[in-house]
Design a protein around this ligand. Structure first.
Ligand code: GLA
Length: 755
């Protein structure tokens, strides 16, 4: 396993679990070519993979057909020397020339995985997990050193890639485009899978046929954004949730990105991904280096579901640094949808008291606690407590919450400034802007120029002061607008194209400092919901608020979409009030709980308005969470009913790693008449065929009666279900009989325990 170099053949073979990735170096002119990616090949002598490339090899020698550059599967294609497909690297010399031609120079193979300078990245957890290849290439004319870094994971079908570019020339050079990597295939018989959406509708999978031409995904918003997630996969057109080959890329980055799947004119295809070249330019002086963000590449031979489980394992073990390892994270209650800006000290305490009585463990104070922030028009940037609203400050409030036996958490939006704020009045030039041009307001706020160290430090010091003077166990870090008129007062003209990337590096620096200074702080990111839901953010915060749409039925799609790449334990999800504030939909308290329990789990409603029966139902949910969250947090996810295709029901299950326990969640999104047409067998997945499972319904949605709809939910159902003992083979092949439930949005949770 690991990485082998066959010197005579000029071949690198990278093996990761059941995956092989093969790179060839043409012996004479040292072009670096891609030869294979897919299911593991055991042969080590794979010279034959050059195929027709032996005859039509790339060459720039006199008399050779240099034009065929456009057909060669390159490892890291460049612009300007005859390859017209999507390229990874484009440079501009100070004389204004654009061309780059990379050849192999040397390489290093070593165990482990290097850290990336200033960037989040996956890491080796235990010695022996990873092996790394550094393929050092050079453009002789430019004296530009390009190091391609590949890391293989021994027990996962994962290979990560990135690139490090060093200018070894005396003159400066401009990088105009630096993507992180490329994948080449010798056919285009693929579908393309991407994740798209909008605010309150994040992460919807879109499957498109690949033909000659391009399918793109990307962002120029300054963050990864809600419309496109930095995920791109190609898959066998016949691939399903459980079968077929999938090749996926996910970029560990939280800013402008680009992903392209291209079917090209020689009937092959190419995938590229990295920082979006739009308004990107990076000046490299002599001796300076640029590091591109990491791409995670996952191969699955067992459909989309296995791809997701591989991402989940990788991110849980090699990216996320959980501050509650091995135990459930605290169940929180957030006051946003309960009070919005209209809270008082007394109201917060009332909510916390009721929540504590129900077993909720963490109280989170959302927006509105600082400066003159009484509505969304003002106050951002003034990170000192509003003592009129909160006499005694955060310290007193947090202590009172702690006395109730709960932890305390706080909302911040540190990257922003309101025009009506002390900060803006003192430092108007700290907001991102182009001099002489109208500065766009979104949600009545501007974005601070976090490429500037003095701006970052100033904000961080204020936040540090608040956190050091109270007992804060959790921070919700929000970011509610995108970048416009992107320019920095501190950058010269020929470096303005660096702003968007420097901004992201600044965000990473401060999130890193926060983690280092407060190691037990649980950080939850948010960007108007899930607009910055990416692996870069997950490196710093183990959970991200999934969406500002808290409606249980809408949320099924959002959470199952996010689960394409991201573990359930990362998806911030809360039970909110009905009628739901975003959709007006009424669902039972239990159903809302099931959907929130497929994420981090918490509440975001005015618990003081709940009836005693409803609070009993909350206590039951708290109990279920504590009994079964270890399965959701650490187990393998299997999507059963596809919520995007199937209007009648949604179903997913999580199976513990030892396959001894499983939790099935079923939600009937559309009730059908009759018995036979409306009952169905759910073919479960991931169990041990021979094992006997005791199968117990642990919760059923209650009907929502009319008198309930203006309160927070409904009474629990009186119906009882007998436990059954069934084999894994019966449950997976014949299926579990799910009877029709009475009404739309009814659901249940079933627990399976191997005997
Ligand atoms: C964003 C978040 C919400 C809430 C508000 C507060 O919209 O997504 O959850 O925190 O900001 O202003």
């Amino acid at each position: 396993m690991g990485i082998l170099f066959h010197e005579q053949a000029g071949i690198f073979k990278l093996d990761a679990l059941d995956t092989s990735y093969i790179i060839g170096i043409f012996d004479d002119e040292k072009f670096v070519s891609h030869l294979y990616y897919g299911k593991r090949i055991i042969d080590s002598d794979v010279n034959y993979l050059y195929g027709p490339l032996v005859r039509v090899r790339p060459s720039v020698l006199p008399g050779q057909a240099g034009r065929i550059m456009d057909a060669i599967p390159f490892e890291y294609p460049t612009y300007g020397c005859g390859d017209y497909r999507e390229h990874c690297l484009e440079v501009e010399t100070i004389d204004g020339y654009h061309a780059c031609d990379l050849r192999y120079e040397s390489h290093k193979i070593y165990p482990g995985k290097p850290r990336l300078n200033g960037l989040p990245a996956t890491f080796e957890k235990e010695e022996g997990d990873c092996n790394t290849l550094e393929l050092i290439c050079r453009d002789e004319t430019l004296n530009l050193k390009v190091t391609l870094l590949y890391t293989t994971f021994e027990y996962l079908n994962v290979i990560t890639r990135t690139v490090l570019i060093t200018n070894e020339n005396a003159a400066a050079i401009y990088l105009k485009r630096v993507l992180s990597g490329c994948l080449e295939f010798d056919h285009q018989n693929f579908d393309v899978l991407t994740l798209h959406g909008s605010w309150e509708r994040e992460c919807g999978p879109v499957r498109t046929l690949l033909r000659q031409g391009k399918v793109t995904t990307g962002s120029t918003r300054g963050e990864s954004g809600p419309t496109d997630n930095p995920f791109l996969a190609v898959l066998d057109p016949a691939a399903t949730e459980d079968t077929g080959e999938v090749f996926a890329m996910n970029l560990v980055y939280s800013g402008n990105f680009l992903g392209v799947a291209e079917g090209h004119h020689f009937r092959g295809s190419r995938l590229v991904m990295g920082i979006n070249p739009v308004n990107f330019s990076w000046k490299l002086e002599q001796g300076e280096s640029f590091t591109a963000p990491e791409i995670v590449m996952v191969y699955s031979g067992q459909g989309i579901g296995k791809m997701s489980r591989t991402f989940h394992d990788l991110y849980r073990n090699h990216l996320i640094r959980d501050v509650y390892p091995g135990t459930p994270r605290p169940i929180l209650i957030n006051n946003w949808e309960a009070t919005y800006f209209g809270f008082t000290y007394e109201k917060l305490i009332e909510i916390a008291k009721e929540a504590a009585k129900c077993g909720i463990e963490l109280f989170v104070l959302d927006d509105g606690w600082f400066g003159n922030r009484n509505d969304e028009m003002r106050g951002l940037g003034d990170w000192f407590v509003n003592e009129e609203k909160l006499p005694g400050g955060i310290r007193r409030l947090s202590e009172e919450i702690n006395d109730l036996g709960m932890k305390f958490g706080l909302w911040i939006e540190p990257e922003m400034v309101s025009p009506d704020s002390e900060l803006f009045r003192a430092h108007p030039d700290w907001a991102i802007q182009i001099p002489g041009r109208h500065r766009s307001l979104f949600r009545h706020q501007y974005v601070l120029d976090w490429s500037r160290k003095e701006v970052r430090d100033y904000i961080y010091d204020m936040i540090h002061h608040v956190l050091s003077n109270a007992n804060v166990a959790y921070i919700k870090w929000d970011m509610n607008r995108t970048l416009t008129e992107p320019a920095s007062a501190s950058l010269p003209a020929d470096r303005q194209g660096e702003l968007c990337h420097r901004y992201v590096l600044g965000v990473y620096e401060i999130m890193g400092r926060l983690r280092d200074d407060f190691p037990s702080l649980l950080l939850e990111n948010c960007s108007a919901g899930g607009s910055r839901f990416d692996p870069g953010v997950l490196y710093y915060s183990p959970q991200i608020w999934g969406s500002d749409d808290s409606d249980a039925i809408e949320r099924i799609q959002i959470e199952m979409g996010a689960s394409m790449c991201y573990p359930l334990s990362t998806i911030g999800a809360h039970v909110s009030a009905v009628p739901n504030h975003q959709t007006g939909r009424i669902t039972s308290l239990e159903t809302r709980g099931y959907v929130a329990m497929a994420g981090t789990f918490g509440y975001e409603l005015d618990i003081t308005r709940m009836s005693e029966a409803e609070k009993d139902a909350v206590r039951r949910q708290v109990d279920i969470y504590h009994k079964y969250n270890h399965i959701v947090k650490e187990g393998d996810l299997y999507r059963i009913g596809d919520p995007f295709e199937n209007r009648d029901y949604a179903c997913w299950m999580v199976v513990s790693k030892d396959k001894k326990e499983a939790l099935v969640t079923y939600i009937q999104t559309h009730a059908l008449p009759g018995y036979f047409g409306a009952s169905r067998k759910l073919r479960l997945k991931g169990l041990t065929e021979e094992a006997l499972y005791e199968t117990t319904v642990i919760s059923v949605s209650a009907e929502v009666r009319n008198e309930d709809v203006h309160s927070e939910g409904a009474q629990n159902s009186q119906k009882t279900y007998d436990s059954l003992t069934l084999s894994g083979s019966a449950l997976m092949n014949a299926g579990y009989w799910m009877e029709r439930l009475e009404g739309d949005y009814m659901g249940m949770m079933i627990y399976l325990k191997a005997k």
